[in-house]
Write a protein that binds this ligand. Structure first.
Ligand SMILES: Cc1ncc(C[n+]2csc(CCOP(=O)(O)OP(=O)(O)O)c2C)c(N)n1
Ligand SMILES: [Mg+2]
Length: 786
């Protein structure tokens, strides 16, 4: 068969593929006898067989061909493996190309090294079964399916010399995030970004079922991907020699198309959205594996998904099948007597950093350059009196982010992501220096769209998150703003990224990457025009589940604290930073220097707001902008009505400071916590989120018994801002009443206070129902120092 490969090349490539398959099966099954120098016995076999074969031979085939492509065309390429459960294949390949032994010298290129390679796989304290952070060249774990293509595009943005080969499982392609991620091609700029080379791995099956894409007609399949804007190349087969030739020819054609597209965009300035090539590769699941086991077909069925057969102890014939299967790859042709991969085959792999296991883009921290940041103090609100003036915190942050963008335009290493909300979240100052990426059609009525925009807007939280992760993992910086209620859509993606960060902390060759920064604005307390569906502060709880070395949660109470927090987060590495801040006009409490000090300690007494003289009757604590406002309003009510009541106001910006220092590096030592919150006085804590979280964080503190938390209790509707706090019993009157009922010496006042509270609530309800806005005394309330 004619094509780019000579007979000899095909034979060598086939041998390379066989070697990877051999090593993959060995990892799944064997702990001894790696070269099959004696008949396989039960003692050679692992006691627990854990791994996935079905996808692996196909992945191995693809990797072998990508190697040729890289070497032939001198490509700068990384891989993303959607079906990350094909870990044995990628481990095998990075071992064959030498990168594995360079990074992990104990896994040598000889019999002992091969034995260790086999034994460590899916072994307690060995290496994971997936293409994990431990795997050289990986930026994608693939355990949770759906995000491969998004990571690939994120990696390709602003990397004009890079090609990201992305293998998408046909089962993975059924997931929501994957389905939408094909649209990433409407956001990729052929001149300034790199290319993504998607390969749909159509092996027909998932764990236990056929896949949808494998069981629709060729015409439907073609139309689907043409409809997504790609040029599908289609390749189907079983016979290795024929497939090698066809695969090489197809990949050559695709690379030529990619280069032609880039040339048109880069040299001729063509800005029309190109039809990028993609490959649909239809091969049998479990290709080259056992065909029939116990009378059941295995190759080309879902039965090959994990270990195609087990029960080696119970069924001696299975041992025979294993041996025959491994020998079918003819290891004696692949490895020398010492177990070293034969040099004429090893020579097929790309060299040095061109090897996919060694490409620096897949170890983004190596390429990371710090952002150039403007002086955040220059954006500060001038607060001469506590509580004045009002400002929209995120709008001012928008000016800061605009200048972060501006200062780094030449480096092309900062992007802002949002699901159609950047302007709604009041960050639109960004558009003064860059546009919104958009490669699809534009109309004269559109605003701020541009083919090389650096604000990434698409109505898919999955896409924003996945792109940003891919962008960060390859050594760049980003910012993600999102409505608080809807960020839950990417809860699971956050989990996976946090796991990646946690694991990579302990992998010395992985260098730290920039933190993932979330700004949640349009938050629960100010969803006046949207209502109950938009009210959910639970993302904080979700984040707080993760290990202390990975997550940070900030609730800046005003604009200046938000600026200080944002600057800190953009400098930080290897965290997920969650910032929650409002976008509505709201009072400013701290001048910039006080704000910086407050953020540095994470929490502190606001002396100016209280009057406790070191010996409070009550502590009024608050975290979040609206709870801070309500707390201060409650304080002013109380100080007016009960002037001799000694109140201490504690504001918390860094939620993790509440935890014991043993739990979190930001945690307060017990003595310091006690000094702030006392050991025996009532604490009325007004919190942005669900109250239980504060209890979770403080349950070990001495005064926990006295901590009474008000927060969101899942009451909401389309109503006034103040009524939201009333519905959830976080309002100033409730907080004041809480103080009266909890401070022992105020007991005699309690009945009267309850009565007054009831009256004011009635007045409030009648007023908002009648006038559609809050009582004037609430609306116009200002902090006035007594
Ligand atoms: C989001 C998600 N849901 C379910 C699973 C469990 N799971 C692991 S592998 C797999 C099948 C994957 O099929 P496919 O993408 O076709 O991969 P391949 O056939 O190449 O193994 C499933 C459902 C998962 N890993 N992630
Ligand atoms: Mg499949």
């Amino acid at each position: 068969m004619n094509g780019p490969l000579s007979r000899e090349q095909i034979e060598k490539m086939d041998a390379y593929w066989r070697a990877a398959n051999y090593l993959s099966v060995g990892q799944i099954y064997l702990k001894e006898n790696p070269l099959l120098e004696r008949p396989v016995t039960l003692d050679d076999v692992k006691p627990r067989l854990l791994g996935h074969w079905g996808t692996t031979s196909g992945l191995n085939f693809i990797y072998t061909h990508l190697n040729r492509l890289i070497a032939e065309h001198d490509l700068n390429m990384i891989y993303i493996i959607g079906p990350g459960h094909g870990g044995p294949g990628i481990l095998a390949h990075t071992y064959l190309e030498g990168s594995y032994s360079e990074i992990y010298p104990a896994i040598e290129q000889n019999r002992d090294g091969m034995k260790r390679l086999f034994r460590q796989f899916s072994w307690p304290y060995g290496v994971p079964s997936h293409v994990a952070p431990e795997t050289p060249g990986s930026i994608h774990e693939g355990g949770e399916l759906g995000y491969s293509l998004l990571h690939a595009y994120g990696a390709a943005f602003d990397n004009p010399g890079l090609i990201v080969a992305c293998i998408v499982g046909d089962g993975e392609a059924e997931t929501g995030p994957c389905a939408t991620s094909w649209h990433s091609n409407k956001f990729l700029n052929a001149a300034k970004d790199g290319a993504v080379l998607p390969i749909l791995h159509l092996n027909g099956y998932k764990i236990a079922n056929p896949t949808v894409l494998a069981r629709i007609s060729q015409e439907e399949l073609e139309s689907l991907f043409r409809g997504y804007g790609y040029k599908p190349h289609y390749l189907e087969g079983y016979e290795p020699f024929e497939m090698h030739q066809k695969m090489a020819a197809t990949l050559d054609e695709m690379i030529a198309e990619i280069h032609a597209i880039q040339k048109r965009a880069r040299e001729a300035g063509d800005t029309e959205r190109p039809r990028w090539p993609m490959l649909i590769l239809r091969t049998p699941k479990g290709w080259t594996g056992p065909k029939v086991v116990d009378g059941q077909p295995v190759e080309n069925t879902w039965r090959s998904h994990q270990v195609p057969f087990a029960e080696l102890r119970e069924k001696p014939e299975h041992l025979k099948i294993l041996e025959e299967w491994m020998k079918s790859y003819r290891p004696e042709e692949l490895f020398d007597v010492n177990g070293k991969f034969k040099s004429e085959l090893a020579a097929l792999a790309p060299k040095g950093q061109r090897r996919m296991g060694m490409n620096a883009h897949a170890n983004g921290g190596l390429l990371l350059e710090p952002l150039r940041l403007p002086a955040f103090r220059d954006y500060a609100v001038d607060v001469k009196k506590h509580g004045r003036p009002d400002s929209e915190a995120t709008r001012i942050l928008g000016s800061f982010l605009r200048d972060v963008m501006k200062l780094n335009l030449d480096k092309q290493n900062f992007r802002v992501f949002g699901p159609d909300e950047t302007a709604s979240n009041r960050l639109e100052a960004l558009y003064e220096v860059t546009g919104k990426a958009w490669e699809a059609t534009t109309l004269p009525t559109d605003e701020d769209l541009s083919v090389d925009g650096r604000v990434m807007e698409v109505l898919s939280e999955h896409m924003c998150e996945g792109w940003l992760e891919g962008y960060l993992l390859t050594g760049r910086h980003g910012w993600f703003s999102c409505y608080e209620a809807f960020v839950h859509i990417i809860d699971a993606m956050f989990n996976q990224h946090a796991k990646w960060l946690k694991t990579t902390r302990d992998i010395p060759w992985r260098k730290p990457i920039a933190s993932l920064n979330y700004l949640l604005t349009s938050h629960v307390w100010r969803q006046d025009h949207n209502g109950f569906s938009h009210q959910d502060p639970g993302f904080i709880d979700h984040i707080a589940n993760k290990k202390a070395d990975v997550v940070r949660i900030y609730l800046p109470p005003d604009t200046n604290t938000l600026l200080s927090v944002a600057d800190h987060c953009l400098r930080s590495r290897q965290y997920v930073n969650l910032i929650i801040a409002g976008k509505q006009p709201a009072p400013n409490w701290l001048d910039i220097e006080s704000a910086v000090r407050h953020c540095t300690t994470g929490l502190g007494i606001w002396e100016w707001a209280g009057n406790d003289d070191g010996n409070p009757d009550v502590v009024m604590a608050c975290a979040g902008d609206v709870p801070t406002l309500e707390t201060l309003a409650a304080v002013s009510l109380l100080r007016e009505q009960i002037p001799d009541l000694r109140i201490r106001v504690v504001n918390v910006v860094d939620l993790m400071a509440l935890q014991p220092i043993s739990e979190h590096p930001h945690g307060l030592a017990d003595e310091d916590f006690d000094a702030l919150f006392t050991v025996d006085k009532p604490v009325i804590f007004a919190f942005h989120g669900y109250p239980t979280l504060i209890h979770r964080l403080t349950y070990r503190r001495r005064n926990h018994f006295n901590i009474h938390v008000r927060g969101y209790v899942e009451e909401g509707t389309t109503t006034t801002p103040f009524d939201m706090t009333v519905l959830n019993r976080l309002d100033r009157f409730q907080l004041a009443l809480d103080v009266v009922t909890r401070v022992p010496r105020l007991k005699p006042l309690a009945d009267r206070a309850v009565q007054r509270f009831t009256e004011i609530m009635q007045r409030h309800k009648l007023y908002v129902s009648e006038y559609g806005e809050d009582l004037p005394e609430v609306r116009n309330w200002k902090w006035s120092p007594s």
